[in-house]
Design a protein. Structure first.
Ligand code: SAM
Length: 102
């Protein structure tokens, strides 16, 4: 999937163009949606990228387009996993289908 295709899947009124937001990308993998979001959000925004795969997280930059990316290693099924508060949550954990945005 290309960044353009990912951006089309992320088209949502939840994206705020004019002021910083905090997003959380659950099951971010190597960060396709995280990187795409960074091109859509206002500079100064933060994206928390969560995955249980450390090598995949390691391929995600710490910053892109003025957006801070914070990586969290953990299993979403683990009740002890501490997740940050966020304005918007998204995720595409299954191979098929679009990103879910809440
Ligand atoms: C199909 S990949 C999608 C990756 C990315 N969201 C994308 O669209 O390119 C699913 C990702 O979810 C992660 N994942 C699946 N179950 C998870 C869990 N219980 N906790 C954390 N990450 C999980 C996998 O490690 C994998 O990186």
């Amino acid at each position: 999937m290309t960044i353009q295709q990912a951006a089309a899947l992320l088209r949502t009124p939840r994206v705020e163009w004019t002021q910083p937001q905090v997003w959380c990308d659950l099951g971010c993998g190597e960060g396709l949606f995280t990187r795409t979001l960074a091109t859509l959000l206002a500079p100064g925004s933060t994206i928390y990228a969560v995955d249980r795969n450390q090598p995949a997280l390691g391929r995600i930059p710490d910053e892109r387009h003025g957006v801070t990316i914070r990586k969290i290693l953990g299993d979403l099924n683990d009740d002890s996993l501490q997740l940050p508060s966020a304005d918007v949550w998204c995720g595409k954990i299954k191979c098929a289908g679009a990103a879910d945005v809440r």
